[in-house]
Ligand binder design. Structure first.
Ligand code: ZN
Length: 290
């Protein structure tokens, strides 16, 4: 059937085209038409290829951007870490200074502890506890005194709770009412001269201890003549303690001479206070004000 059709169409064309020249022109036109169709296809393919190349280039560019920003993020993190590292020594120093200044806290009638203040505690010996920063140091100081053969130091008061300080104060008021006056206000005023009001005793800070010599178990001025007190007064600063209420300073401290009450301030401050021969009040004021 195809061959017959072709013969018919050639016969038809021959009939339509009168000369050979016209036949050649017709074939040339057909060739040009078919050729331009192929050329169009090639051009379209080239266009598609270019389009997909552009797409690929765009994808690569986006990927490169992401890699670049990822590297930038890593660099930012590294820079921030380096800045933090550089600042670390100073921050550590500041923190140390804060902790040390905390050791210089004044607890007195004029400067009561914040309500609810409870230090982190550790055992000194038996039921006696102190601030964790000085409990074992206090024990070591007493042991070293004992081992040196100079006296028999014995702790008789360390950290006190608010409730216990209240109990001690109430007891003192009762004693005064019994022995000295019937006036309750007067009794409270007199009692406050001997026993600190709750919140105003250094014992509530956990940084103070009363230590006496076993051979003279009384808290009065004669305590200073015992071997234990002589040794402790000479060596306490090596352990970071000071004799908190020295003779002749009650005008400043508000407390009578107590040759048994030791206060922890840390070795550095204890030595500076002892070398200057001043009270904690004077030293803390100078230190905070400088
Ligand atoms: Zn005391």
């Amino acid at each position: 059937m195809t061959a017959v059709r072709r013969r018919i169409s050639l016969f038809t064309m021959k009939k339509m085209l009168s000369s050979k020249k016209e036949v050649l022109i017709a074939f040339a036109l057909i060739a040009v038409t078919v050729g331009s169709g192929l050329l169009m296809q090639v051009l379209l393919q080239i266009r598609e290829m270019r389009a997909s190349q552009r797409e690929a280039a765009a994808v690569v560019s986006m990927a490169l951007d992401e890699i670049h920003s990822a590297f930038q993020e890593v660099r930012d993190v590294q820079d921030a870490a380096a800045t933090r590292m550089a600042a670390l020594p100073q921050r550590k120093q500041d923190r140390l200074e804060d902790l040390q200044l905390d050791l210089l806290m004044i607890v007195s009638a004029d400067s009561p502890l914040p309500e609810g203040y409870v230090p982190e505690l550790d055992t000194v010996v038996g039921d006696y506890v102190m601030d964790v920063r000085c409990a074992s140091v206090c024990w070591q100081m007493m042991q070293d005194c004992r081992n040196s053969g100079h006296g028999l130091p014995m702790i008789c008061s360390a950290y006190r709770t608010q409730e216990y300080q209240q109990f001690l104060f109430d007891n003192k008021v009762y004693d005064v009412l019994w022995e000295e006056t019937n006036d309750r206000d007067k009794a409270r005023e007199l009692a406050a001269r001997v026993v600190a009001l709750p919140g105003t005793s250094e014992h509530q800070s956990g940084l103070a201890a009363d230590i006496m010599d076993e051979v003279y178990p009384y808290l009065n001025e004669w305590q200073e003549h015992t071997d234990a007190q002589k040794w402790l007064m000479e060596h306490c600063t090596e352990y970071g303690f000071i004799l908190r209420y020295p003779p002749g300073t009650s005008e400043i401290t508000g407390i009578i001479y107590e040759p048994w009450h030791y206060r922890y301030v840390g070795e550095k401050f204890a030595k500076e206070i002892a070398n200057r021969g001043i009270t904690l009040e004077e030293y803390a004021a100078w230190r905070r004000g400088r």
